[in-house]
Design a protein around this ligand. Sequence first.
Ligand code: 13P
Ligand code: SF4
Length: 317
Amino acid sequence: VEPNAEWAAEVRRLAEERDAVLLAHNYQLPEIQDIAHHTGDSLALSRIAAESEASTIVFCGVHFMAETAKILSPEKTVLIPDARAGCSLADSIDADQLRAWKAEHPGAVVVSYVNTTAEVKAETDICCTSSNAVDVVRSIPEDREVLFLPDQFLGAHVRRVTGRDNLHIWAGECHVHAGINGPELAEKAAANPDADLFIHPECGCATSALYLAGEGTVPAERVHILSTGDMVKAARQTKSSTVLVATEIGMIHQLKLAAPEIDFRAVNDRASCRYMKMITPAALLRALREGKDEVHVDPEIAARGRASVQRMIEIGQ
Ligand code: 13P
Ligand code: SF4
């Protein structure tokens, strides 16, 4: 299947026929981002999914995102073009492991990143995304212990910004972001001394970026730790002509659309998420033709996870 004008027209026609809204994450293939009704980060897409009047949501992203949409809107049909699109970060903790961790810290507030399974969300007090993780943790009284999971780099970022030492962090990671490392960032920053740095907090190099700022290699005001949606907003405001981008490479497409005059360079151009890229033009067409793959969440699990996801979409508006 070629993502040409004929494909685009057929996708739009079938979406209308199914009363479907097409949502695409910022890491999707450019042609998928361009055909979607909305492209954005995890938080923005969750909010759109919750508010949409369409009876079907086609989630061009990974499985936990589609599951989150289903938890918020159980009456809607939620489709993902390929149900095998998982997430290595979501796989780094399961509900049994979380129950055991909670038993070690009775009374702690559980904050889970949205990159988790529905079963983990059912054991969670508040979900967050990289856009509002700091606001979510700040909403919890200072004297309460917090269990933050599953991403260790996002957790370290939240601990640094909030200064909370009663925040316990699970040792999970995303294989794509963990692989964007400090030495690579330092080398690119030295070669591009006037560039701004846009760094996703899931990156292994987030700490290194702050270190570079601390030692004066990069002026501190040029280091921005941002969710993917906030990168798009920052792109519209930045004065630099070059920006080094530390996240999954799909991101570059939206950044170029937002600020065509800026030269966006990936810190690691091999940082591609194979799960995100399972949503091909052919898979999207098949999803719309056949109504597959439909996402189901056990209604009891969904009911238990709903409050934590609702709190997520309310915080940091
Ligand atoms: P955001 O788009 O919310 O920043 O999330 C990044 C991510 O890794 C999603 O899988
Ligand atoms: Fe998961 Fe990482 Fe892929 Fe995002 S980039 S979906 S966190 S594996």
